[in-house]
Design a protein around this ligand. Structure first.
Ligand SMILES: *Cc1c(COP(=O)(O)O)cnc(C)c1O
Length: 462
């Protein structure tokens, strides 16, 4: 018989959450993909939906810092960081340790049944670090698209209005509402309709192609919204301060504050989709800061927890409190392990000065890309901030004239680099943008190494 007074044996102590170091170098030892990756790919093809694709089907076994190691022992310099997720590095020790410790304490309670401190702490950190000096509140969810959905719900409830506006070249997710908010139908919406209604696509600011000043672009956007939607029916305008999938477009100076001013004057909630650009990605906590933009609501996701699923809507307390109790939330939203990881990411950014690392990466990368532009006339534009930099590729000889997009060049560069151990990602409405969004642990030496591979890839195009 068990004596109920007897203390329960404690769980054995966990192994230390030591993260195996991975040499920070590129090293290719097989064909790409290698034999073990090819075996895994055959298994995957049998059981994983072909609606889920992969840029480079090498199967990853380990990752640390700025390097991915596949099952065949190939080491890749990672200039994608899971699309800007592992901003604080792959498997940063303090984040891994915080997550492991939290997993031993509590895996799940559901915050809407019995709450816990970690969720509250993440909301405090978000209130502190998002732009704007006013009372802010948050709701935590699981994914970027879910944050967008909640931002729209919250804005509709607060304003009592129906319409949602986004900008041309936007990307906001793959759920039903968000696929109607994206610019590109293919692959995100084609065949998946009917789409959500009352979503309007207004002109954006794309200095390389429209040549407009911020004031001119804002006047065009506002004029369009007033004519096509009407301010009195508009609940929110959702904008990426630097557009991600669209091709890292940096809006002209003054564009975003002018839109915010118009939104404020007209009772429209302006929402910054900082899912890709936020959390120290651009050398600031949030990219909005580069433009002097203080949004009403800010969406965080990708980089917030170094890979664990977590996302947030943060903003003005009066807007965030307009929803009825029980109207926001979800089973896994603000999971304790993901929250513990996020707290450690905020600590890493502050204590290891990761904002300065973003500025370092910008300086090294843009200087190197300028050198390459002098040699290769397919590079039409270089743009971005921090560790969110891109080049837009055009047909040879057209950079000064038609700027005809060159998606073929991007595809060839991505393959050429992958075979040599550098993982680059494409982007852009026309697929002609090569984007660099490495972890902030990417050293200058590794950037120079990757630029050398890019130089060879550009030379091989000719
Ligand atoms: C990735 C992304 C999303 C969607 O996030 P998920 O976590 O993939 O749902 C939304 N907006 C932007 C700007 C993104 O980059």
């Amino acid at each position: 018989m068990t004596d109920t007074q007897t203390p329960v044996e404690p769980l054995p102590a966990p192994p230390a959450a030591a993260v195996p170091a991975v040499p920070q170098e590129r090293r290719i030892v097989t064909a790409i993909p290698g034999p073990r990756s090819q075996e895994l790919h055959a298994r995957r093809t049998a059981v994983v939906s072909s609606g889920v694709s992969s840029v480079l089907p090498v199967y990853i076994e380990r990752a640390n810092g700025a390097v991915l190691v596949d099952v065949d022992g190939n080491h890749f310099l990672d200039f994608g960081a899971g699309i800007g997720v592992t901003t604080a590095g792959h498997t940063p020790a303090r984040v891994v340790e915080a997550a492991v410790a939290q997993a031993r304490d509590v895996l799940h309670t559901l915050f809407t049944i019995t709450p816990y401190e970690e969720y509250v702490r993440v909301a405090e950190l978000l209130a502190e670090h998002t732009p704007g000096d006013f009372a802010k509140k948050s709701v935590l969810v699981n994914s970027g698209a879910e944050a967008v959905e909640n931002g729209v719900k919250i804005a509709r409830k607060y304003t009592g209005r129906r319409a949602v506006a986004v900008l041309d070249h936007a990307y906001h997710g793959r759920t039903n509402l968000t696929m109607a908010m994206n610019y590109k139908a293919m692959p995100y919406a084609t065949g998946f309709g009917p789409l959500a209604g009352d979503v309007y696509h207004a002109p954006s600011s794309y200095p390389y192609r429209d040549g407009l000043s911020g004031a001119e672009a804002a006047a065009r956007t506002i004029g369009w919204l007033e004519k096509v939607v009407g301010a009195t029916d508009l609940a929110c305008l959702v904008v990426e301060p630097i557009q991600g999938e669209g091709g890292f477009m940096v809006p002209a100076e003054g564009f975003l504050p002018a839109l915010q001013e118009w939104c404020t004057a007209n009772g429209v909630v302006m929402i910054a989709d900082e899912i890709q650009s936020g959390m120290a990605r651009t050398g600031r906590y949030y990219a909005s800061e580069h433009f002097g933009w203080v949004p009403d609501l800010v969406l965080s996701a990708k980089g917030i927890a170094a890979g664990l699923p977590l996302a947030a809507v943060t903003g003005r307390a009066e807007i965030m409190d307009a929803s009825q109790p029980g109207g926001l939330g979800g089973t896994f939203g603000g999971n304790p392990v993901a929250c513990a990881a996020a707290i450690a990411v905020f600590e890493a950014i502050d204590e290891e000065d990761l904002l300065a690392e973003g500025r370092r990466i910008e300086a090294t990368l843009t200087a190197g890309l300028e050198r390459l532009r002098a040699e290769h006339d397919v590079i039409g534009d270089i743009r971005g901030h921090g560790a969110m930099i891109a080049i837009e590729l055009v047909q040879p000889g057209t950079a000064e004239t038609t700027k005809a997009p060159n998606a073929d060049a991007v595809g060839r560069i991505v393959s050429f680099a992958a075979e040599r151990g550098v993982l680059f990602l494409s982007a852009g409405t026309w697929g002609n943008v090569l984007r660099f969004l490495p972890s902030l642990r990417m050293t200058d030496a590794l950037i120079e190494d990757a630029l050398g591979v890019l130089d060879e890839a550009l030379a091989a195009l000719a």
